[in-house]
Design a protein around this ligand. Structure first.
Ligand code: FAD
Length: 400
C-alpha cells in the first residue's frame, strides 16, 4: 500500500491519518479538507469557545509542525468526485489525487429548518468554527434569542450563551432522542433555574422578518420576538461523493464491520458512516467524538493489515450549566430504568435495560459511575438486570 487518501480533515479524518502513523504505516498519508486552517475539534464550539473561555489553541487537534513531523500531507480543498476506476479523487479546482486506499470522513451537515424564513439574517446553525465566530459576534448585540431544538447543540448553546433564551422543542421533553425522561427532567429544571424559557411540544411554522428575523411563529400561531435564532434540529450525513461514486448509501455511507464500503478499497468513518453497531443490534450512525476516534483507529488497523470487527462501546458527554452528562451504551429501544445516587443533589445515574440486559448508563455529575459503566461493559457486554440488582445497582461494586 503506497498512498492512503482521506477526504475530510475533521475529527475522524485526522484520527485515521494519525492512527496510520501510530501503526507504523510508512506510505503517503494525504488529508484533504475543505475548511480553512488546521484540523480542529468541534465540542468546544458550543461550550468554552462560545462562552469566550477557550480560544483557537484549545480547538486545534495538533499544532502545525506535528503534520510535518508525521509526514501527513494536508491539502486544502473540496473533493468534487471520486473516480473509482482510476483510483483517484478530483478536487473542485480540477486537480486529481491518486489513492491505493480511500477513506471517506466527510462528517455531516446541519439540517435546515424546513419553514419559510429559514435563510433570513439572524438565523444561525452551529457546526464549524466559522459559524461559531459569526454567532459569538452576533450574540453580543442580540436582545431576544430563540433556540429551535432542545437537543445537545441547542441546549449547550443556551447554557453558554450568557443570557436568558427561549428554547422551542417539538417533542414533549428535552433531548428526547438520546436521553431518558429522568435526565430530560433534570436538565429542564436546570435550564429553567438559569432563567431560560422552555416551550415543549411546539413546532415552528415560520421565521418572520424583512431581510432579518424579528419573530418566530410557532405551530399554534403564537409569536416570539427574536433577533437571533439558533437552529439545532439535527444533522444529515454528507454522502454525495459516495452516492455519485455508486457506493451503497442508506442514512450514511453503508460499511461492514470492518468499516469498508461496498468497494473494499474505500472505507468510511465517523458521522458519515452507517455501520453494524453491536450494542444497538442494528445498522446505526453515531455522531460523537468517541465514534469518530475509535472508528478512525479501526479503519487504520484494516488498512495496515490487522483487521478486527469494530465493536467499540459508544459513549458521549455534554456540559451544560455546570452539569456534566455522560452516556455509556445505546439507549434506543430500552425500557425499564433504575435511578441510583442523589437525584435531588444532582449527582445520579440512570441505568436503562433492554429485555433484562443493561443497555446504557447516563451519569449526571457522577464520572466514577461512567467509568465503572464502561469497564463493566468491557468485561461483560450484556450485564443482566439480576446481576446489577444483586449489587444494589452499584456499578462500581458490580464491576469489582
Ligand atoms: P467532522 O468533524 O464534521 O469532519 C468532517 C470534515 O470533512 C469537515 O471538516 C468537512 O468540512 C469535511 N468535508 C466534507 N466533505 C468534504 C469534501 N468533499 N472535500 C473535503 N472536505 C470535506 N461529540 C461528543 O462526543 N461530545 C460533545 O460534547 C460534542 N459536542 C459537539 C459540539 C458541536 C458544536 C458539534 C457540531 C459537534 C459536537 N460533537 C460532540 C460531535 C462531534 O464533534 C462529531 O461527531 C465529530 O466531529 C464527527 O467527526 P467527523 O470527522 O465524522 O466529522
Amino acid at each position: 500500500m503506497e498512498t492512503v487518501l482521506v477526504v475530510g480533515a475533521g475529527q475522524s479524518g485526522f484520527g485515521v491519518a494519525t492512527s496510520l502513523r501510530d501503526k507504523g504505516f510508512d506510505g503517503r498519508v494525504v488529508l484533504i479538507g475543505d475548511e480553512p486552517g488546521l484540523p480542529y475539534q468541534r465540542p468546544p464550539l458550543s461550550k468554552g469557545y462560545l462562552a469566550g473561555t477557550a480560544g483557537d489553541a484549545q480547538l486545534r487537534l495538533r499544532p502545525e509542525d506535528f503534520f510535518a513531523e508525521k509526514s501527513i500531507e494536508l491539502i486544502p480543498g473540496r473533493v468534487a468526485s471520486v473516480d473509482r476506476d482510476g483510483a483517484k479523487v478530483v478536487l473542485e479546482d480540477g486537480s486529481a489525487h491518486e489513492y491505493d486506499h480511500l477513506v471517506l470522513a466527510t462528517g455531516s451537515v446541519n439540517r435546515v429548518l424546513p419553514v419559510p424564513g429559514s435563510t433570513l439574517d439572524g438565523v444561525f446553525t452551529l457546526r464549524t468554527k466559522d459559524e461559531a465566530d459569526v454567532l459569538r459576534a452576533a450574540l453580543e448585540s442580540a436582545e431576544n434569542v430563540v433556540v429551535v431544538g432542545g437537543g445537545f447543540i441547542g441546549l449547550e448553546f443556551a447554557a453558554h450563551a450568557g443570557r436568558p433564551v427561549t428554547i422551542v422543542e417539538a417533542q414533549d421533553r428535552l433531548m428526547a432522542r438520546v436521553a431518558t425522561p429522568e435526565v430530560s427532567a433534570y436538565f429542564a429544571a436546570l435550564h429553567e433555574g438559569a432563567g431560560h424559557t422552555i416551550l415543549l411540544g411546539k413546532g415552528v411554522a415560520a421565521l418572520r422578518g424583512e431581510g432579518r428575523v424579528t419573530e418566530v411563529e410557532l405551530s399554534d400561531g403564537s409569536l416570539l420576538p427574536a433577533d437571533l435564532v439558533l437552529v439545532g434540529v439535527g444533522v444529515e450525513p454528507r454522502t454525495r461523493l459516495a452516492e455519485e461514486a455508486g457506493l451503497a448509501v442508506a442514512n450514511g455511507v453503508v460499511v461492514d464491520e470492518h468499516l469498508r464500503t461496498s468497494d473494499p478499497k474505500i472505507s468510511a468513518v465517523g458521522d458519515c458512516a452507517n455501520f453494524p453497531c453491536v450494542q444497538a443490534g442494528t445498522a446505526t450512525r453515531l455522531e460523537s467524538v468517541q465514534n469518530a476516534v475509535d472508528q478512525a483507529r479501526a479503519a487504520a488497523a484494516v488498512i495496515t493489515g490487522e483487521p478486527a470487527p469494530y465493536d467499540s462501546l459508544p459513549w458521549f458527554w455534554t456540559d451544560q450549566l455546570g452539569a456534566k452528562l455522560q452516556i455509556a451504551g445505546i439507549l434506543t429501544g430500552a425500557g425499564e430504568t433504575v435511578v441510583t445516587g442523589d437525584r435531588e443533589g444532582g449527582k445520579f445515574s440512570v441505568l436503562s435495560f433492554r429485555d433484562g440486559v443493561l443497555a446504557g448508563v447516563e451519569s449526571v455529575n457522577r464520572p466514577p459511575d461512567h467509568i465503572a459503566a464502561r469497564r463493566l461493559f468491557a468485561a461483560d457486554p450484556a450485564p443482566r438486570f439480576e446481576l446489577l440488582e444483586a449489587n444494589g445497582f452499584d456499578l462500581k461494586a458490580t464491576f469489582a
